[in-house]
Design a protein around this ligand. Structure first.
Ligand code: E4P
Length: 212
């Protein structure tokens, strides 16, 4: 399973760049980073060789395609995030036909994911955390999408997004989701366990008592 970092903060990406498999951003994350979009994307793409998702803000297909072409020109690893909807699906078809990879975002239902795959999207992003926030079943959605893609042999890859905690990562892995994108705070926790820390401390303390 590939692990992407869901952030536009260069300092967070720099810290984990050699370990993560890609990055996802969105307009809110770029706003949080407080830099012009192009400058932020250029830096992220210099730090990471895996896919870097960057979202368009146009709301009509023609505008999305125009914006996407410009963003895709920044670096070879840019993937264009397209919000789900009729206009978005039209844009995905056009962009994938010209070889620009897309990631259909803000997906909350299995049929939305079906449309994304039918349009030839490279990635689809179901937002599990936002569903769970409303007492829904985010991982249930992921499971349905994986089943549907398997039924029809779609190549679109599922990126489990809007991850809130480590348990989401565990559940995504158990379902066999190919990719999870998580914020820095969650990805950092994937390395740790209190018993590991305690064990290392004890081994190092004992090692000091070994005659040299
Ligand atoms: C995914 O690509 C999005 O950037 C992100 O996961 C959204 O997460 P949020 O629900 O925490 O905003």
């Amino acid at each position: 399973m590939r692990i992407f970092l869901d952030t536009a903060m260069p300092e967070e990406i720099r810290e984990l760049a050699d370990l993560i498999d890609g990055v996802t951003t969105n307009p809110s994350l770029v706003a949080k980073a407080g830099r012009p979009l192009r400058e932020a994307v250029e830096e992220i793409c210099r730090l990471v060789s895996g896919p870097v998702s960057v979202e368009v803000t146009a709301t009509d297909a023609a505008g999305m395609v125009e914006e996407a072409r410009e963003l895709a020109g920044i670096a070879d690893n840019v993937v264009i995030k397209i919000p789900m909807g009729r206009e978005g699906i039209r844009a995905v078809k056009a962009l994938e036909a010209e070889g620009i990879r897309t990631n259909v975002t803000l997906v909350f239902s299995p049929v939305q994911a079906l449309w994304a795959a039918k349009a030839g999207a490279s990635y689809v992003s179901p937002f599990v955390g936002r569903i769970d926030d409303r007492a829904g079943d985010g991982m249930g959605l992921v499971s349905q999408i994986l089943q549907i893609y398997d039924n029809f042999g779609f190549d679109t890859e599922v990126i489990v997004a809007s991850v809130r905690h480590v348990r989401h990562v565990v559940e995504a892995a158990l379902l066999g989701a190919p990719i999870v994108t998580a914020p820095y705070a969650v990805v950092s926790k994937l390395f740790d366990h209190p018993l590991t820390t305690e064990g290392i401390e004890r081994f190092l303390a004992d090692w000091k008592r070994v005659p040299k």
